[in-house]
Write a protein that binds this ligand. Structure first.
Ligand code: ZN
Length: 120
């Protein structure tokens, strides 16, 4: 795994932690003020708000990172296919190239159109 991949994985787990923390704060929004000060509507509302904000931010980051990782993977696969296709192209066209200058020549040509050297 590349260093960059590890970095993305760390960001992803950071986002998951943020989501969990947000969820926990949301769950504790009612009981926590009760334990500390007795029932408090403002504190509960603030904790609800913080919990929802943390959760949705974590979810947003998680989705974004997932999207970036998928896109990078798709680009890598595309590059691999391109390289493979290039190799096939080179292997096929090498039969039709002038041995002297590399210009593509007609199948039935006896001389290269570019350098006039004999082709097979
Ligand atoms: Zn030639």
């Amino acid at each position: 795994m590349a260093i960059e991949d590890i970095e993305w994985a760390q960001r992803k787990s950071g986002a998951v932690l943020e989501m969990i923390l947000g969820f926990v704060i949301f769950i504790l929004a009612i009981p926590l003020p009760m334990l500390i000060t007795g029932p408090s509507i403002p504190m509960t509302l603030i904790l609800f708000f913080i919990g929802i904000m943390l959760f949705s931010h974590g979810r947003h980051v998680y989705n974004k990172v997932t999207h970036i990782v998928w896109t990078k993977q798709a680009i890598r696969e595309y590059d691999d296919k391109k390289t493979a296709a290039k190799e096939v192209y080179n292997a096929v066209t090498s039969n039709f190239k002038c041995p002297n200058c590399g210009t593509l020549v007609n199948l039935d040509a006896k001389f290269c159109s570019q350098c006039a050297s004999k082709v097979k």
